[in-house]
Design a protein around this ligand. Structure first.
Ligand code: DX5
Ligand code: ZN
Length: 221
């Protein structure tokens, strides 16, 4: 079964309440991009946003942390009740095992996010502890960018890696999920599609979800 998560940095802040009603009906997860202006050249959603969103939904919340020293905020995210904490390997090199233990012992799932230039070698020694691997098909930092073809083939590489090693993590693709990429993402083994600007550019959000879901169903086979 294919799953959908919704990138809240693409939501319309002036219509948030209204949009969340629709999002909650159709999304499997909420994807929250936290950016610090340092690890990536942009600022995006905050921990306070996550805290407030928690009170609005029972659906799983995934915090995609695009920041240096994300470990400093793991306690806060545990307190706020997120379901996934998704981290970039380069930002956790110094304390990865400690962080994974802390997250897992709080019954929260560990996500690892591979930027376009990150290879699977980065996760070699902690692969058994990962619940979800996100392949970024754009450079982290901005919505609405063009897809990087080399990163698209990495989805298949991650899929094969999972099969070869008998692992169970979910494969998510973040970046440029749209009607010219869904097909490739799907065929390469994507389990979770991160819906960003393509969804929110639709005139009607509900119709947008229905259109995307219907399209993904046609890709089967
Ligand atoms: C980018 C974020 C994405 C972003 C994707 O750094 O991680 O979640 O919202 O947006 P689109 O789908 O427009 O590439
Ligand atoms: Zn993201």
């Amino acid at each position: 079964m294919k799953l959908f998560t919704t990138s809240m940095m693409c939501a319309n802040v002036f219509k948030l309440q209204e949009e969340i009603k629709v999002i909650d009906k159709y999304t499997d997860f909420y994807h929250i991009d936290v950016m610090d202006g340092h690890f990536v050249p942009n600022l995006a959603l905050s921990f306070d946003f996550i805290k407030q969103l928690r009170s609005q939904t029972k659906k799983p919340i995934d915090a995609h942390l695009m920041m240096t020293n994300p470990g400093n905020f793991v306690d806060l995210l545990i307190e706020f009740g997120v379901d996934y904490i998704s981290l970039h390997p380069k930002t956790i090199e110094k304390n990865v095992f400690k962080l994974i233990n802390k997250i897992k012992s709080s019954d929260i799932k560990v996500g690892i996010v591979l930027s376009p230039s990150d290879g699977l070698d980065a996760i070699k020694y902690y692969k058994d502890h990962i619940d979800k691997i996100t392949v970024m098909t754009v450079e982290p930092g901005f919505a609405g960018q063009g897809v990087i073809p080399e990163a698209v083939s990495k989805i298949k590489e991650v899929y094969d890696f999972r099969e070869e090693n008998n692992l169970k993590f979910l494969i998510e693709v973040d970046g440029s999920n749209n009607f010219s990429t869904f097909d490739k993402y799907y065929k390469n083994g994507t389990d979770i599609f991160v819906l960003g600007s393509t969804l929110f550019n639709e005139a009607d959000l509900e119709q947008g979800y229905l259109k995307i879901k219907k399209y993904i169903e046609t890709l089967n086979g």
